[in-house]
Design a protein around this ligand. Structure first.
Ligand code: SF4
Ligand code: SF4
Ligand code: SF4
Length: 436
Protein backbone atom coordinates (compact mmCIF):
# COMPACT_ATOMS: atom_id res chain seq x y z
CA UNK A 1 0.00 0.00 0.00
CA UNK A 2 1.34 3.52 -0.80
CA UNK A 3 2.62 5.75 2.00
CA UNK A 4 1.21 9.28 2.31
CA UNK A 5 2.00 12.11 4.68
CA UNK A 6 -0.64 13.04 7.26
CA UNK A 7 0.33 16.32 9.00
CA UNK A 8 -2.27 15.84 11.73
CA UNK A 9 -0.62 12.55 12.74
CA UNK A 10 2.87 13.99 12.37
CA UNK A 11 3.98 11.04 10.27
CA UNK A 12 3.53 9.04 7.09
CA UNK A 13 0.75 6.46 7.00
CA UNK A 14 -0.59 3.77 4.69
CA UNK A 15 -3.42 4.70 2.28
CA UNK A 16 -4.78 2.73 -0.69
CA UNK A 17 -4.00 5.50 -3.23
CA UNK A 18 -0.93 7.59 -4.01
CA UNK A 19 -0.67 11.06 -2.55
CA UNK A 20 -2.36 13.75 -4.64
CA UNK A 21 -3.60 17.15 -3.49
CA UNK A 22 -6.03 19.83 -4.65
CA UNK A 23 -4.91 23.42 -5.32
CA UNK A 24 -6.87 24.62 -2.36
CA UNK A 25 -8.92 22.83 0.28
CA UNK A 26 -12.41 23.62 1.56
CA UNK A 27 -12.05 23.81 5.35
CA UNK A 28 -14.02 25.13 8.30
CA UNK A 29 -13.79 25.98 12.00
CA UNK A 30 -16.70 25.39 14.41
CA UNK A 31 -16.60 27.09 17.81
CA UNK A 32 -18.34 24.56 20.06
CA UNK A 33 -18.44 27.06 22.93
CA UNK A 34 -20.99 29.21 21.11
CA UNK A 35 -23.41 26.57 19.78
CA UNK A 36 -26.93 26.67 21.24
CA UNK A 37 -28.10 23.43 19.62
CA UNK A 38 -30.92 25.17 17.73
CA UNK A 39 -30.53 22.91 14.64
CA UNK A 40 -31.06 25.80 12.23
CA UNK A 41 -28.01 24.56 10.32
CA UNK A 42 -29.50 21.08 10.17
CA UNK A 43 -32.75 22.36 8.70
CA UNK A 44 -30.98 24.71 6.28
CA UNK A 45 -29.21 21.71 4.76
CA UNK A 46 -32.29 19.49 4.89
CA UNK A 47 -34.47 22.05 3.12
CA UNK A 48 -31.84 22.57 0.43
CA UNK A 49 -30.55 19.11 -0.37
CA UNK A 50 -32.32 16.23 1.38
CA UNK A 51 -36.07 16.84 1.35
CA UNK A 52 -36.97 14.15 -1.23
CA UNK A 53 -38.33 10.63 -0.84
CA UNK A 54 -35.74 8.19 0.43
CA UNK A 55 -33.82 10.92 2.23
CA UNK A 56 -35.92 10.84 5.40
CA UNK A 57 -33.06 9.63 7.58
CA UNK A 58 -30.44 11.69 5.79
CA UNK A 59 -28.93 14.49 7.85
CA UNK A 60 -25.84 15.70 6.01
CA UNK A 61 -25.54 18.28 8.78
CA UNK A 62 -26.49 17.16 12.27
CA UNK A 63 -25.84 18.51 15.75
CA UNK A 64 -25.59 15.92 18.49
CA UNK A 65 -25.34 16.32 22.26
CA UNK A 66 -22.23 14.75 23.68
CA UNK A 67 -21.40 12.56 25.50
CA UNK A 68 -24.53 10.42 24.94
CA UNK A 69 -25.93 11.60 21.62
CA UNK A 70 -24.74 10.55 18.19
CA UNK A 71 -26.03 10.11 14.67
CA UNK A 72 -26.00 7.26 13.88
CA UNK A 73 -26.17 6.30 17.52
CA UNK A 74 -22.84 5.50 19.16
CA UNK A 75 -20.89 6.04 15.91
CA UNK A 76 -17.79 7.28 17.67
CA UNK A 77 -17.86 4.86 20.59
CA UNK A 78 -18.06 2.00 18.08
CA UNK A 79 -15.19 3.29 15.97
CA UNK A 80 -13.05 3.95 19.02
CA UNK A 81 -13.73 0.41 20.29
CA UNK A 82 -12.63 -1.01 16.93
CA UNK A 83 -9.53 1.17 16.92
CA UNK A 84 -8.75 0.30 20.53
CA UNK A 85 -8.81 -3.37 19.66
CA UNK A 86 -6.34 -2.72 16.86
CA UNK A 87 -4.20 -0.68 19.25
CA UNK A 88 -3.93 -2.79 22.40
CA UNK A 89 -1.23 -0.44 23.69
CA UNK A 90 -3.74 2.44 23.45
CA UNK A 91 -4.20 5.22 20.91
CA UNK A 92 -0.96 6.85 21.98
CA UNK A 93 0.55 10.17 20.91
CA UNK A 94 4.22 11.05 21.25
CA UNK A 95 3.84 14.73 22.05
CA UNK A 96 7.59 15.30 22.32
CA UNK A 97 8.05 14.69 18.60
CA UNK A 98 7.24 17.99 16.90
CA UNK A 99 9.28 17.44 13.72
CA UNK A 100 10.41 21.05 13.51
CA UNK A 101 6.83 22.36 13.73
CA UNK A 102 5.58 19.99 11.03
CA UNK A 103 3.79 17.82 13.63
CA UNK A 104 1.77 20.37 15.61
CA UNK A 105 0.15 17.81 17.91
CA UNK A 106 3.08 15.38 18.09
CA UNK A 107 3.20 11.96 16.40
CA UNK A 108 0.40 9.40 16.60
CA UNK A 109 1.99 6.06 17.38
CA UNK A 110 -1.09 3.87 17.00
CA UNK A 111 -2.70 2.43 13.87
CA UNK A 112 -5.22 4.37 11.81
CA UNK A 113 -8.34 2.89 10.19
CA UNK A 114 -6.23 2.24 7.08
CA UNK A 115 -3.45 0.49 8.97
CA UNK A 116 -5.49 -1.50 11.49
CA UNK A 117 -7.51 -3.77 9.28
CA UNK A 118 -5.05 -6.42 8.18
CA UNK A 119 -4.64 -7.81 11.68
CA UNK A 120 -8.20 -7.12 12.74
CA UNK A 121 -9.79 -8.96 9.86
CA UNK A 122 -8.05 -12.22 10.74
CA UNK A 123 -9.41 -12.41 14.25
CA UNK A 124 -11.72 -15.38 14.55
CA UNK A 125 -15.09 -15.03 16.23
CA UNK A 126 -14.93 -11.26 16.23
CA UNK A 127 -18.37 -9.82 16.99
CA UNK A 128 -17.54 -6.37 15.62
CA UNK A 129 -18.14 -6.00 11.93
CA UNK A 130 -15.36 -5.37 9.47
CA UNK A 131 -15.47 -3.52 6.24
CA UNK A 132 -14.39 -3.28 2.62
CA UNK A 133 -11.08 -5.10 3.09
CA UNK A 134 -9.32 -1.75 2.89
CA UNK A 135 -10.62 0.29 5.80
CA UNK A 136 -11.57 -0.53 9.38
CA UNK A 137 -15.21 0.33 9.99
CA UNK A 138 -18.75 -0.98 10.39
CA UNK A 139 -22.20 -0.62 8.86
CA UNK A 140 -24.68 0.90 11.32
CA UNK A 141 -28.00 -0.89 11.73
CA UNK A 142 -31.25 0.69 10.49
CA UNK A 143 -32.21 1.20 14.13
CA UNK A 144 -29.10 3.33 14.73
CA UNK A 145 -30.11 5.74 11.96
CA UNK A 146 -33.66 6.20 13.26
CA UNK A 147 -33.43 8.98 15.82
CA UNK A 148 -30.98 11.81 15.17
CA UNK A 149 -31.62 13.50 18.51
CA UNK A 150 -31.84 10.59 20.91
CA UNK A 151 -30.34 11.53 24.29
CA UNK A 152 -30.82 15.19 23.49
CA UNK A 153 -34.50 15.92 23.89
CA UNK A 154 -35.60 12.62 25.40
CA UNK A 155 -35.14 13.16 29.12
CA UNK A 156 -37.49 10.29 29.81
CA UNK A 157 -37.82 7.37 27.44
CA UNK A 158 -41.31 6.73 25.98
CA UNK A 159 -42.89 3.43 27.08
CA UNK A 160 -44.47 2.55 23.81
CA UNK A 161 -41.86 3.38 21.22
CA UNK A 162 -40.86 0.07 19.69
CA UNK A 163 -40.82 -1.30 23.25
CA UNK A 164 -37.14 -0.48 23.25
CA UNK A 165 -36.97 2.60 25.41
CA UNK A 166 -39.54 1.67 28.06
CA UNK A 167 -39.12 2.29 31.76
CA UNK A 168 -38.53 5.14 34.09
CA UNK A 169 -35.31 6.54 32.75
CA UNK A 170 -31.96 6.20 34.38
CA UNK A 171 -30.37 7.52 37.53
CA UNK A 172 -26.66 8.03 37.70
CA UNK A 173 -24.31 8.38 40.64
CA UNK A 174 -23.83 12.02 41.65
CA UNK A 175 -21.12 13.56 39.52
CA UNK A 176 -20.10 16.78 37.86
CA UNK A 177 -22.49 17.01 34.91
CA UNK A 178 -21.55 18.45 31.54
CA UNK A 179 -22.56 18.19 27.94
CA UNK A 180 -21.89 20.00 24.69
CA UNK A 181 -23.22 20.16 21.17
CA UNK A 182 -21.09 18.65 18.44
CA UNK A 183 -21.86 20.04 14.98
CA UNK A 184 -21.09 17.61 12.19
CA UNK A 185 -20.88 17.69 8.42
CA UNK A 186 -18.64 15.74 6.04
CA UNK A 187 -15.04 16.73 6.73
CA UNK A 188 -14.01 16.58 3.06
CA UNK A 189 -11.02 14.64 4.29
CA UNK A 190 -7.60 14.76 2.66
CA UNK A 191 -7.51 10.94 2.76
CA UNK A 192 -11.20 10.01 2.71
CA UNK A 193 -12.17 6.61 4.10
CA UNK A 194 -15.25 6.63 1.84
CA UNK A 195 -13.14 7.13 -1.28
CA UNK A 196 -10.61 4.49 -0.24
CA UNK A 197 -13.31 1.84 0.19
CA UNK A 198 -15.43 2.42 -2.92
CA UNK A 199 -15.04 -0.57 -5.27
CA UNK A 200 -16.57 1.41 -8.17
CA UNK A 201 -14.25 4.40 -7.81
CA UNK A 202 -17.38 6.50 -7.76
CA UNK A 203 -16.02 8.88 -5.12
CA UNK A 204 -13.61 11.62 -6.03
CA UNK A 205 -11.96 14.68 -4.57
CA UNK A 206 -12.20 17.82 -6.70
CA UNK A 207 -8.80 19.22 -7.66
CA UNK A 208 -10.05 22.81 -7.51
CA UNK A 209 -11.27 22.83 -3.89
CA UNK A 210 -10.82 19.38 -2.31
CA UNK A 211 -14.58 18.80 -2.00
CA UNK A 212 -15.36 15.06 -1.86
CA UNK A 213 -18.30 13.99 -4.04
CA UNK A 214 -20.07 10.74 -4.99
CA UNK A 215 -20.72 10.31 -8.72
CA UNK A 216 -24.37 9.23 -8.71
CA UNK A 217 -24.00 7.63 -12.16
CA UNK A 218 -21.18 5.33 -11.06
CA UNK A 219 -22.49 4.48 -7.57
CA UNK A 220 -24.16 1.06 -7.30
CA UNK A 221 -25.13 1.39 -3.64
CA UNK A 222 -22.77 -1.22 -2.20
CA UNK A 223 -22.51 1.00 0.90
CA UNK A 224 -18.80 0.41 1.32
CA UNK A 225 -18.43 4.17 1.85
CA UNK A 226 -21.06 4.05 4.59
CA UNK A 227 -19.06 1.32 6.32
CA UNK A 228 -15.72 3.01 5.82
CA UNK A 229 -16.43 6.65 6.68
CA UNK A 230 -15.36 6.77 10.32
CA UNK A 231 -17.56 9.85 10.84
CA UNK A 232 -20.57 8.10 9.25
CA UNK A 233 -21.21 10.99 6.89
CA UNK A 234 -21.92 8.95 3.78
CA UNK A 235 -25.57 7.88 3.80
CA UNK A 236 -27.58 5.35 1.81
CA UNK A 237 -30.76 6.24 -0.09
CA UNK A 238 -33.08 3.28 -0.57
CA UNK A 239 -35.19 4.82 -3.34
CA UNK A 240 -32.26 5.37 -5.72
CA UNK A 241 -30.03 2.62 -4.28
CA UNK A 242 -27.10 4.98 -4.18
CA UNK A 243 -25.15 6.63 -1.40
CA UNK A 244 -25.20 10.39 -0.94
CA UNK A 245 -23.30 12.85 1.21
CA UNK A 246 -22.70 16.53 1.92
CA UNK A 247 -21.64 18.29 -1.27
CA UNK A 248 -20.20 21.33 0.55
CA UNK A 249 -22.89 23.37 -1.27
CA UNK A 250 -20.38 23.53 -4.14
CA UNK A 251 -22.39 25.92 -6.35
CA UNK A 252 -22.07 28.47 -3.54
CA UNK A 253 -18.34 27.81 -3.15
CA UNK A 254 -17.98 28.41 -6.88
CA UNK A 255 -19.78 31.77 -6.60
CA UNK A 256 -22.59 30.54 -8.85
CA UNK A 257 -25.48 31.78 -6.72
CA UNK A 258 -26.34 34.75 -8.89
CA UNK A 259 -29.05 36.02 -6.51
CA UNK A 260 -26.77 36.48 -3.50
CA UNK A 261 -23.52 37.18 -5.31
CA UNK A 262 -24.08 38.54 -8.78
CA UNK A 263 -20.37 39.40 -8.77
CA UNK A 264 -19.43 35.73 -8.57
CA UNK A 265 -17.46 35.54 -5.33
CA UNK A 266 -17.67 32.37 -3.19
CA UNK A 267 -20.33 32.45 -0.49
CA UNK A 268 -20.80 30.37 2.63
CA UNK A 269 -22.57 27.01 2.48
CA UNK A 270 -26.19 26.84 3.62
CA UNK A 271 -25.47 25.35 7.05
CA UNK A 272 -22.78 27.95 7.73
CA UNK A 273 -24.75 30.94 6.44
CA UNK A 274 -27.80 30.01 8.56
CA UNK A 275 -25.97 29.51 11.87
CA UNK A 276 -27.80 31.45 14.57
CA UNK A 277 -25.07 31.08 17.18
CA UNK A 278 -22.43 32.47 14.79
CA UNK A 279 -20.17 29.56 15.57
CA UNK A 280 -19.03 28.79 12.02
CA UNK A 281 -16.22 30.17 9.87
CA UNK A 282 -15.31 28.59 6.56
CA UNK A 283 -12.75 29.16 3.88
CA UNK A 284 -9.98 27.55 1.88
CA UNK A 285 -6.44 26.51 2.73
CA UNK A 286 -3.91 26.94 -0.08
CA UNK A 287 -2.23 23.56 -0.56
CA UNK A 288 1.41 23.13 -1.58
CA UNK A 289 2.52 20.27 -3.86
CA UNK A 290 3.59 18.18 -0.85
CA UNK A 291 0.15 18.54 0.74
CA UNK A 292 1.19 21.04 3.42
CA UNK A 293 -0.75 24.25 3.97
CA UNK A 294 0.95 27.26 2.43
CA UNK A 295 1.78 29.94 4.98
CA UNK A 296 -1.06 32.44 4.95
CA UNK A 297 -1.48 34.12 8.36
CA UNK A 298 -4.11 36.60 7.11
CA UNK A 299 -6.39 33.72 6.10
CA UNK A 300 -8.81 33.14 9.04
CA UNK A 301 -8.75 29.33 8.78
CA UNK A 302 -4.95 29.12 8.45
CA UNK A 303 -4.53 31.53 11.34
CA UNK A 304 -6.75 29.58 13.73
CA UNK A 305 -5.54 26.09 12.79
CA UNK A 306 -1.85 26.63 12.14
CA UNK A 307 -0.82 29.79 13.99
CA UNK A 308 -3.02 29.97 17.08
CA UNK A 309 -3.73 26.20 17.11
CA UNK A 310 -7.05 27.10 18.72
CA UNK A 311 -9.05 24.80 16.40
CA UNK A 312 -8.42 21.05 16.24
CA UNK A 313 -9.45 18.17 13.97
CA UNK A 314 -12.12 15.72 15.15
CA UNK A 315 -10.65 12.31 16.02
CA UNK A 316 -7.39 12.85 14.10
CA UNK A 317 -6.31 9.32 15.08
CA UNK A 318 -8.78 7.89 12.55
CA UNK A 319 -6.23 8.97 9.92
CA UNK A 320 -8.41 10.59 7.24
CA UNK A 321 -6.94 14.08 7.88
CA UNK A 322 -10.35 15.77 8.24
CA UNK A 323 -10.62 19.39 7.12
CA UNK A 324 -13.17 20.37 9.75
CA UNK A 325 -11.68 21.90 12.92
CA UNK A 326 -13.24 22.62 16.31
CA UNK A 327 -12.57 25.09 19.11
CA UNK A 328 -13.09 22.67 22.03
CA UNK A 329 -15.62 23.42 24.81
CA UNK A 330 -13.88 24.89 27.83
CA UNK A 331 -16.03 23.25 30.54
CA UNK A 332 -15.59 19.59 29.57
CA UNK A 333 -13.11 17.17 31.26
CA UNK A 334 -9.80 17.31 29.43
CA UNK A 335 -9.33 13.54 29.06
CA UNK A 336 -12.61 13.27 27.15
CA UNK A 337 -11.56 16.12 24.86
CA UNK A 338 -8.07 14.73 24.30
CA UNK A 339 -9.60 11.48 23.09
CA UNK A 340 -11.83 13.47 20.73
CA UNK A 341 -9.47 16.18 19.46
CA UNK A 342 -5.98 14.90 20.22
CA UNK A 343 -3.28 16.22 22.52
CA UNK A 344 -3.57 19.87 21.45
CA UNK A 345 -6.69 20.44 23.57
CA UNK A 346 -5.19 22.17 26.59
CA UNK A 347 -3.35 24.68 24.42
CA UNK A 348 -6.46 25.27 22.27
CA UNK A 349 -8.66 26.05 25.28
CA UNK A 350 -6.01 28.39 26.68
CA UNK A 351 -5.80 30.18 23.33
CA UNK A 352 -9.59 30.57 23.38
CA UNK A 353 -10.25 31.64 26.98
CA UNK A 354 -7.29 34.01 26.99
CA UNK A 355 -7.13 35.04 23.33
CA UNK A 356 -4.53 37.23 21.66
CA UNK A 357 -5.81 40.56 20.38
CA UNK A 358 -5.80 39.26 16.82
CA UNK A 359 -7.75 36.14 17.81
CA UNK A 360 -10.35 38.12 19.75
CA UNK A 361 -10.78 40.37 16.72
CA UNK A 362 -11.19 37.40 14.40
CA UNK A 363 -13.83 35.84 16.68
CA UNK A 364 -16.03 38.88 15.91
CA UNK A 365 -16.04 37.97 12.20
CA UNK A 366 -17.65 34.54 12.60
CA UNK A 367 -20.80 34.52 10.50
CA UNK A 368 -20.58 38.27 9.94
CA UNK A 369 -21.02 38.01 6.17
CA UNK A 370 -22.60 35.65 3.64
CA UNK A 371 -19.49 35.99 1.52
CA UNK A 372 -16.52 33.81 2.46
CA UNK A 373 -13.85 35.83 4.23
CA UNK A 374 -10.54 35.12 2.49
CA UNK A 375 -8.42 37.59 4.43
CA UNK A 376 -8.79 39.54 7.66
CA UNK A 377 -7.07 42.40 9.46
CA UNK A 378 -7.28 43.61 13.06
CA UNK A 379 -6.58 47.30 13.82
CA UNK A 380 -5.78 48.33 17.37
CA UNK A 381 -8.18 50.32 19.55
CA UNK A 382 -8.11 51.53 23.14
CA UNK A 383 -8.23 49.33 26.23
CA UNK A 384 -11.77 48.87 27.54
CA UNK A 385 -11.37 46.39 30.37
CA UNK A 386 -9.58 43.51 31.98
CA UNK A 387 -10.63 40.30 33.60
CA UNK A 388 -9.03 37.35 35.40
CA UNK A 389 -9.55 34.05 33.57
CA UNK A 390 -8.98 30.49 34.74
CA UNK A 391 -6.97 28.27 32.39
CA UNK A 392 -7.58 24.50 32.04
CA UNK A 393 -4.54 23.91 34.27
CA UNK A 394 -6.29 25.85 37.05
CA UNK A 395 -3.83 28.74 36.78
CA UNK A 396 -5.16 32.28 36.59
CA UNK A 397 -4.19 34.83 33.98
CA UNK A 398 -5.15 38.45 33.46
CA UNK A 399 -6.87 39.16 30.14
CA UNK A 400 -6.78 42.73 28.88
CA UNK A 401 -9.54 43.63 26.44
CA UNK A 402 -9.09 46.25 23.72
CA UNK A 403 -11.73 47.69 21.46
CA UNK A 404 -9.94 46.57 18.30
CA UNK A 405 -11.56 46.60 14.86
CA UNK A 406 -11.69 43.45 12.73
CA UNK A 407 -12.12 43.73 8.96
CA UNK A 408 -12.90 40.90 6.52
CA UNK A 409 -12.18 40.81 2.76
CA UNK A 410 -13.77 38.66 0.04
CA UNK A 411 -12.15 36.61 -2.73
CA UNK A 412 -11.56 39.76 -4.79
CA UNK A 413 -9.85 41.55 -1.90
CA UNK A 414 -12.78 43.90 -1.28
CA UNK A 415 -13.79 44.86 2.24
CA UNK A 416 -17.05 43.10 3.13
CA UNK A 417 -17.40 43.51 6.88
CA UNK A 418 -15.98 45.55 9.75
CA UNK A 419 -16.79 45.01 13.44
CA UNK A 420 -15.39 46.21 16.74
CA UNK A 421 -14.74 44.01 19.78
CA UNK A 422 -17.06 46.12 21.91
CA UNK A 423 -20.52 46.27 20.42
CA UNK A 424 -21.59 49.90 19.98
CA UNK A 425 -24.80 50.96 21.73
CA UNK A 426 -27.25 53.25 19.98
CA UNK A 427 -30.09 54.84 21.93
CA UNK A 428 -33.30 55.60 20.13
CA UNK A 429 -34.88 58.92 20.64
CA UNK A 430 -38.11 58.72 22.69
CA UNK A 431 -40.34 59.44 19.69
CA UNK A 432 -38.98 56.38 17.87
CA UNK A 433 -39.05 53.75 20.65
CA UNK A 434 -41.48 51.52 18.76
CA UNK A 435 -40.69 52.30 15.16
CA UNK A 436 -37.91 51.69 12.71
S1 SF4 B 1 -16.03 12.61 6.50
FE1 SF4 B 1 -16.49 10.56 5.72
S2 SF4 B 1 -17.78 10.94 3.90
FE2 SF4 B 1 -16.68 12.85 4.34
S3 SF4 B 1 -14.79 12.75 3.11
FE3 SF4 B 1 -14.29 11.99 5.18
S4 SF4 B 1 -14.53 9.77 5.00
FE4 SF4 B 1 -15.62 10.66 3.22
S1 SF4 C 1 -22.10 22.23 3.42
FE1 SF4 C 1 -24.09 22.28 2.31
S2 SF4 C 1 -24.45 20.13 1.76
FE2 SF4 C 1 -22.86 20.13 3.37
S3 SF4 C 1 -23.96 19.87 5.34
FE3 SF4 C 1 -23.72 22.09 4.98
S4 SF4 C 1 -25.61 22.72 3.91
FE4 SF4 C 1 -25.47 20.49 3.76
S1 SF4 D 1 -27.25 26.80 13.68
FE1 SF4 D 1 -25.27 27.18 14.72
S2 SF4 D 1 -25.87 27.49 16.89
FE2 SF4 D 1 -27.61 26.45 15.89
S3 SF4 D 1 -27.20 24.25 16.19
FE3 SF4 D 1 -26.30 24.80 14.20
S4 SF4 D 1 -24.16 25.22 14.69
FE4 SF4 D 1 -25.27 25.31 16.64
Amino acid sequence: MPRVHNWQLGREMLYPYDESHPKRQFAFVFNINRCIGCQTCTMACKSTWTFSRGQEYMWWNNVESKPYGGYPQFWDQKLLALLERANPEGQVWNTAQKDGGQAPYGAFEGKTIFEALSEEQHQEGDTLQKTSGRVLGYLPSDQEWEAPNIYEDTARRPDNWHQRWGGEGTSLPAHHTWFFHLQRICNHCTYPGCLAACPRQAIYKRPEDGVVLIDQQRCRGYRKCVEACPYKKSLYRGTTRTSEKCVACYPRLEGRDSVITPDGVPIETRCMAACVGKIRMQGFAQIAKDGSWEKDPDNPIYYMVKEEKVALPLYPQFGTEPNGFYIPPRWVPLDYLVQMFGPGVEHAIEAYVCPSRRMLGLLQLFRASQKIIFRFKVSEGKKVGESEVTLPSGKKRMLEIFNDTATGYDAKGREIVQLTVEEPVFERSPEHYNSI
